[in-house]
Design a protein around this ligand. Structure first.
Ligand SMILES: [Zn+2]
Length: 315
């Protein structure tokens, strides 16, 4: 359970207009495990979040996301995953991202979907839907955009101890860009893609700003006016949150979709220039600044990268 004192968000970021006259976009196709779990307004918000995220891509692709209401615990708002190709000693893209860039097309998982989205629709969460999000409610549409962003690639596979969730230095492509204040943490020049253990141990729980984890993608940095971009690195490691979000503790005056903890009231429903820059860093929509994944087979998909968003509450 996460408890944190916050001020209510009132400032919305300037909207980044993602709509291209060429109308290339990624279409998110949602497959509801049990449609009776979802109200019309929740479905409308999920669809709206998918349309928003899809509009940032200059790619034409359809990705399939299985949606369920299987999160029933406490303050966790929602979670999401991409199926993942576990290829050792490399930087891998999840199935959602692979489909967006047409690394592989078709039903690449054999399951009919490439990612999952799970939401908490129990009474423990006071959701606000559509344009009706009260000051004490959690913004459902913003949370869906947050989760869907995880499915395309906003997620780290570096665990608390510095090893990959999937073992054998099989990293998500996101981790190519994860560093501390002195540089990236996975040694790109080593055949084994080892992590700099001591530096990881310090920065992963280093706290706010430069003492914590830092993003080394040039597009995001450029979008941030040349300033460093910081990742969520609380002193107490948080599985599913640490390393996979923008730094809540540093960006206290901003309201980013990809911060780990959700405030109350209506929050950001569009990605910031920094977040779109991170998408570019991840190889979407622009010339890749990262090595192409070496694998050519995404058939052995068996594990999920699952990221959680938790509710930010007043304590
Ligand atoms: Zn998250």
């Amino acid at each position: 359970m996460i408890k944190k004192i916050i001020s209510p968000y009132v400032v919305l970021l300037p909207l980044l207009a993602p709509f291209s006259s060429l109308s290339a976009a990624v279409t998110f196709n949602f497959i509801y495990e049990d449609p009776s779990d979802f109200s019309a307004e929740s479905v409308a918000d999920i669809e709206a979040a998918g349309a928003t995220l899809g509009s940032y891509f200059n790619e034409t692709a359809t990705v399939n996301i299985k949606v369920d209401a299987n999160i029933t615990g406490g303050l966790t708002l929602a979670g999401a995953s991409s199926l993942y190709n576990n290829s050792n000693n490399s930087f891998n893209r999840g199935a959602v991202g692979a489909k967006i860039i047409h690394e592989i097309d078709g039903d690449i998982t054999g399951l009919g979907y490439e990612g999952t989205l799970s939401v908490n629709l129990t009474s423990s969460i006071n959701w606000g839907f559509g344009s009706s999000v009260g000051a004490n409610q959690s913004d459902f549409q913003s949370t869906m955009l947050h989760e869907l962003s995880h499915t395309v690639g906003f997620s780290s596979t570096i665990g608390e101890d510095g090893s990959s969730f999937f073992g054998s230095n099989s990293w998500y492509i996101f981790d190519y860009f994860v560093g501390d204040s002195t540089g990236v943490l996975i040694d790109r020049d080593s055949n084994d893609l080892d992590i700099h253990q001591d530096r990881w141990d310090a920065a992963s729980v280093g706290g706010a700003g430069e003492d914590g984890l830092v993003w080394y993608g040039e597009n995001a940095i450029a979008a941030n006016g040349g300033e460093a971009v910081y990742l969520y690195s609380p002193a107490n490691w948080s599985d599913g949150s640490s390393g996979s979000h923008l730094d809540d503790a540093y960006y206290t005056d901003e309201n980013y979709v990809l911060e780990a903890l959700a405030g109350r009231g209506m929050t950001a429903r569009t990605l910031s220039a920094i977040e779109v820059g991170m998408l570019k860093d991840l190889g979407f929509d622009t010339v890749s600044v990262i090595p192409e994944p070496s694998t050519t087979s995404v058939l052995a998909l068996s594990v999920f990268a699952f990221m959680l968003r938790r509710k930010r509450v007043n304590s």
